[in-house]
Design a protein around this ligand. Structure first.
Ligand SMILES: [Ca+2]
Ligand SMILES: [Ca+2]
Ligand SMILES: [Ca+2]
Ligand SMILES: [Ca+2]
Length: 411
């Protein structure tokens, strides 16, 4: 009896979850909400669409403080902080995250506008003319940064292939059209011509899945560039819902190597960026913690440092990162002798850390003043190369290395 009851509870909670999740694709404004153009400007929150069409394979889902869709693959985190009205839409699932994931037209990609995942907005225009289209988007990779724009079920040439290259990992206004010659897009080439006053349907459709859409602005001013969260929306008719709840600024992430080092009190660390990067090496500093090589210059790199800790035996834990662009191989040397080498596992994530990407060499004698060296080799998984990305080396009391190597990545 107890088991049956438990099963029933489980079934009900799964159904509840599913229904909550599927709600995030439903419009939250009614059909009588019409936005209004004034003095050549229109601003509309992406989450205020009144309908979705062509949503069989991919669909737009809303994310806000209390609403997190869970629809198949979706590798990135939520980005409510900094979004206008604290909410945005994302095309899910996102099954093409990196270049290594297969490109499937009419599935995870559509170069033809209006074919997949279309969101619709009603706008009343008082002024006719050419409207430049600006969209605020959040891109975390190279396969989530394109959409199409159209009007009244037409998809004009200049609404095709809106493209974002700059402004990764933050909300970014852009208005550029991708062309064969210029993949990052050409400015002032994305526009809609509104030829009659009155209510028109403005639509956006998928080019790449995983696209995140915060807000759009249409303007007759070719030189206008929106700032921050952009202008406020004006409605001609209908009532907008209450704003979404504010979201706290996410706490800065603790670098993984710091978590690994802190796992045993006696651990000592040498961060990758403490190693030599003076032009004699192909390694360079990337961000606050990484050392990476530049595969355009060379697929190999090495760098060294003088060991500053006490002479003794250590378990050595090397902290690296997997990359979808290719696999990296590292070797660790003490006083010109190779202690061991480590080939990182392949991953389909742009960057992945955790125990599988740490190496362990046990009971290694190192003297104070020894020259310790890291050598790296980057390989390719397609047309791009890995960057041999690593965060540093942790020197662990003998016997505790295995525990330290297996410290999980905290989420
Ligand atoms: Ca996401
Ligand atoms: Ca994608
Ligand atoms: Ca995304
Ligand atoms: Ca928004």
């Amino acid at each position: 009896m107890k088991k049956v009851l438990l099963l029933l509870v489980a079934v009900i909670s799964i159904q509840k979850l599913a229904s909550q999740s599927s709600k995030f694709n439903a419009p939250i404004v009614s059909k009588d909400v019409v936005f209004e153009e004034k003095k050549g400007f229109v601003a509309v929150e992406a989450e205020y669409f009144y309908k979705q069409t062509k949503s069989e394979i991919r669909e737009w889902f809303r994310t806000s403080k209390n609403e997190t869709p869970s629809i198949g693959r979706d590798d990135d985190e939520q980005h409510c902080y900094g979004a206008s009205n604290n909410a945005y839409l994302e095309i899910l699932p996102d099954e093409r995250v990196t270049h290594a994931d297969e490109l499937k037209p009419n599935d995870n990609f559509s170069n033809v506008p209006g074919k997949m995942a279309v969101v619709h907005y009603k706008v009343k225009f008082n002024t006719t003319g050419r409207y430049y289209v600006w969209v605020r988007a959040f891109s975390t990779g190279g396969e989530d940064n394109g959409i199409h724009v159209g009007v009244d079920n037409t998809w004009p040439e200049h609404g095709k292939r809106m493209q974002w290259c700059k402004g990764k990992n933050r909300w970014t206004w852009e208005s550029k059209q991708r062309t064969k010659k210029v993949h990052c897009g050409v400015a002032k080439e994305v526009y809609l011509d509104i030829t009659s006053p009155g209510i028109h349907d403005i639509q956006f459709s998928m080019r790449e899945d995983g696209f995140e859409f915060d807000k759009f602005v249409l303007t007759t001013d070719a030189n206008y560039v929106p700032l921050k969260t952009g202008r406020k929306s004006v409605v001609a008719t209908g009532v907008l819902p209450a704003p979404f709840p504010k979201v706290k600024k996410p706490a800065p992430k603790i670098p993984y190597i710091k978590t690994v080092t802190a796992s045993v009190a006696e651990n000592k660390v040498i961060y990758a960026q403490e190693f030599l990067t003076d032009g004699t090496t192909n390694f360079y500093k990337n961000g606050k913690n990484w050392l990476v090589l530049n595969p355009k210059k060379s697929k190999d790199a090495e760098t060294s440092i003088v060991f500053k800790y006490k002479t003794g035996n250590y378990d050595v834990v090397f902290v690296g990162a997997g990359e979808s662009n290719g696999v990296s191989i590292f070797s660790f040397l003490v006083d010109k002798k190779e202690v061991g080498n480590f080939k990182l596992p392949a991953t389909n994530k742009i960057l992945e850390q955790g125990e599988n990407f740490n190496a362990l060499w046990q009971n290694i004698k190192i003297k104070k003043g020894d020259k310790i060296k890291i050598k790296a080799k980057a390989t390719s998984a397609g047309h791009k190369y890995a960057r041999a990305r690593w965060e540093g080396i942790v020197f662990v009391p003998v016997g505790k290395g295995k525990h330290v190597k297996n410290i999980p990545l905290s989420k």
